[in-house]
Design a protein around this ligand. Structure first.
Ligand code: ZN
Length: 239
């Protein structure tokens, strides 16, 4: 059984009535509701000790899902480093929506990860540009969201290993909204939907993409490779 840890900053839900009404159990609660249909899930939030991401929690996580927005700076560097090392060792990471500016995503990408944005209840059509990819399984030609935050290029990310989705907005913007990467032994997926006042995490296709991404990102459970000095497998070392 795949172990998924859902990390949410969990701040908007405590202070903003509109967000509370949209996600009464928190964004992490809604993510857990549908991911829990297929996977073993647990949740973690910023205000817990060690942000809920202790070494033990991470050692028992195949895929970490990350949602953050207004408190990226409050995430302690030592926890970011801990998550970073786990990704290099093979833990999967799914970064959602405004997580593009999280310390962990910036550290893994090595760029600012900045973009253009506008909160204007605009319609979003996300085109599937990689229909053979396992994360696009069952998605069809596009995902239609009645309203989502407008994100526009340029998105300051390294060229994705694979580009899966391109979003279109009525203002003329386009955006690379589904991108895969590998870093070390770990697989990473960035997925754009999920503004806190819009119902994107109730959309069945959005849910399907995140479920597919968990399967794609999960660790292969190969033994972690040996690095450094290594004895010959052919017997006595001649040198
Ligand atoms: Zn947003």
């Amino acid at each position: 059984m795949t172990n998924v840890t859902i990390w949410n900053e969990f701040r908007h839900e405590k202070t903003d009535k509109e967000v509370q009404e949209m996600y009464p159990n928190g964004i992490h609660g809604q993510l857990a509701a549908f991911l829990g249909e297929d996977f073993q899930v647990k949740t973690a939030t910023l205000d817990e000790p060690e942000h809920g991401l202790t070494q033990d929690v991470l050692d028992n996580t195949d895929v970490l899902v990350w949602w953050g927005h207004i408190a990226h700076e409050e995430v302690k560097d030592e926890i970011v480093e801990r998550v970073y090392q786990k990704v290099l060792q093979g833990m999967g990471l799914i970064v959602l929506h405004s997580g593009h500016l999280s310390k962990i995503f910036q550290k893994l990408m090595g760029t600012s990860c900045d973009l253009k944005w506008r909160e204007n209840e605009e319609h979003c059509r996300m085109w599937n540009v990689n229909p053979g990819h396992p994360i696009m399984n069952g998605i069809g030609e596009y995902i239609e969201l009645e309203k989502e935050e407008t994100y526009g290029e340029h998105f300051d990310i390294p060229a994705p290993d694979e580009l899966l989705l391109i979003s279109w907005y009525p203002g003329g913007e386009v955006f690379r909204s589904g991108c895969t990467y590998t870093r070390g032994n770990g697989k990473i997926f960035y997925f754009q939907p999920g503004h806190e006042t819009y119902p994107s995490y109730y959309n069945e296709k959005v849910q399907q993409v995140i479920k597919n991404a968990v399967l794609w990102c999960q660790s292969t459970r190969n033994q972690y490779p040996n690095y450094g000095h290594f004895e010959s497998l052919e017997g006595e070392d001649k040198r």
